[in-house]
Design a protein around this ligand. Sequence first.
Ligand SMILES: [Zn+2]
Length: 452
Amino acid sequence: MNRLQLLAFIVLLFTPGISRTEPARDQHVILISIDGFPAYLWNDPTLMVPNLRQLAANGVSAKAMTVSNPSITWINHTTLITGVEPRKHGVLFNGLLVRKDGVPPVIEQWADKSRMVFAPTLYDLAHQAGLTTAESDWVAITNPGTINWSFAELPKPDDAVVKEMIAAGVATEEEIAWMQMGPNRKGVAFLDSMWTRAAIHMLETHKPNLLLYHTLNTDATHHTYGPRSGPGFTALEYADRLVGDLLAAVDRSGLKEKTTIVVATDHGFKKVTKFIQPNVALKEAGLVKGFGPTVSSCDAFVMTQGGMAFAYVTNPARRDELIPKLKDLFSNTEGIAKVIDGEEGPSLGMPKPSENAGMGDLILYAADGYAFRKEMTGDKVVIPSENYAGTHGYPNSDPELDGIFIASGAGIKKGIVLDRVRNLDVAPTLAKVMGLTFPEIDGRVLEEILEE
Ligand SMILES: [Zn+2]
C-alpha cells in the first residue's frame, strides 16, 4: 500500500457510516456475574436453577469456562470485561497491591480504576461510542469516568442512583446504611438483594445499553460451608431467583427482543481442610519480625490468594540473596506443592515483577486440600481450617476452577452447548453484539454462537 492508498484507507476507516461496524444504539447487553459458580455444579442436574436453565435452553451454554490466574474475583471480572490476560489488564488482587520497603505490601482496594486497570474495558468502549453504561456491584471500577449510572459495592447515601432509588421508594436510607462496613452491615444475601434491586431500577429507569451486575452470596457461602454443601446449593438457588427478578424486569421494560444476556462467573471453588501460614515460616526464619500476629518489620512477606500465594522481598538490598533462600524454604514447607519464579508469570498469563510491581517475586502453589492465609495465628505453619470449607485462587488448569457461561437473547443462537469457552472471549463477543471492536485482544469473538 502506498502513502496515498494508506491515506484513503484511513479516511475510509474514520468516515461515519462507512466503517464496518456501528455502535448499536438500539441494543442492550446485560452481563451477570454470579461469584464463585463452578462449572461442575452447573453440570449437576440436581442443582435447581430454573431461570438459568431456561436461559441456557433458549440460548447457548458451555460445559466449562476457563478463567484467569490467579482464579480470584477482581482479576477475573477484569478479564471478563477487557478480554485480555492479567499480564495486560494489570489486576492481580482484589485491589491494587502497593509494595513498601521493610513492611508488608498493602492492598488499596478502592484505588481508582485508572491506577489498576491498564486495558480498555467494554464499558469504556461503549461510553466512548456514545452508548450508555451502568453497573451494580461490579469490581475494579472506582471512579471510571465511563459509567453513566453506578450502584457500588459500598453505595454512598449521596450517590445519584441511591438518591433516585430512595426517591422512587425502591430503597430506604436505613437499607443503604445496612450496606456500609461496620457493625451494622447486614449479611451478604441482603446485600445481593440490594444490588439486584439497583440493577432492576437502573434497567427500568435508564435502559442502559450495557448493564454489569454481580452477586456475592454464592462466594461467601462456598467459603464458609464449602462447594457441594447444603448451604452452597441453597445460595446458588437464591442467586437464580435474583436473576429471575432481573429477567422479569427485562420483560416488563419491553426490551426483551433487543436484550442480550450473558451469565458468567469469576472462578470455581475447591474444598479446603488445612491452612498454610507461610508468614509463620518467614518468622521462624527471622525474616518477619513482630509480636504475635503483628508485623513490625520484614525482609520478605507473602500475600495470599487462597490456592496461590505471591512472595515479595521487601528489603530490596537483600533481593538477590533472598529469592533462592525463599524458594528453598517454601519448597520444603508442608502444603506447598510448587514454587516458581515470578519471572515465569507470563506462562500463567500473569506479568513479570518488572512489568507490574504487584506481581510476586515468587509464586507458591497450594497442595490439594490446603489453602494459604497471610495471617500468623499461633506458631504453626499448618493449621486446620476451622469454620472455613472452601476457596479458589488455584491455577486455572484445575477443572474445579472452571466457571459457568450462558448466553441468551437478542443475536444469540438457540440450543447450542459448547464444551469450553474462555472468559477472555466474553468481552470481544459482547463488543461485537454492541457494534464495537476492541483494538487489541487476547480472546476471540465467539462467532459460532452469534446469529447472522
Ligand atoms: Zn469471586
